[in-house]
Unconditional design. Structure first.
Length: 95
């Protein structure tokens, strides 16, 4: 009978140990799920920030491109004015 009681108490101890381990694992799983949720939230916020920066970068790129085009047009206009002035000067020198 003592063998049987020893076996039962050994089984009870192992079951208790398994229940404790199960509880610990469930708690760890809960913590990990909370951490995953928090990290997903951070990722979402960072993706939103990245999308904003990408949009701003596109706008800045377009703006810089337009500025360089307008700058080139202005430079060509100024060169044409200078060429006309030089032509006038040459015309005055020839008369």
């Amino acid at each position: 009978m003592t063998d049987f009681a020893t076996l039962v108490s050994g089984i009870e101890a192992k079951v208790e140990k398994l229940l404790t381990r199960d509880l610990q694992q469930r708690e760890e799983l809960r913590r990990q799920r909370e951490e995953i949720d928090a990290l997903k939230k951070v990722i979402g916020e960072q993706q939103s920030v990245i999308a904003g920066h990408e949009s701003r970068l596109k706008t800045l790129t377009i703006t810089k491109t337009l500025e360089s085009i307008v700058g080139n047009v202005e430079a060509k206009r100024r060169i044409n004015e200078l060429v006309r002035e030089i032509d006038k000067c040459i015309g005055l020198l020839n008369t």
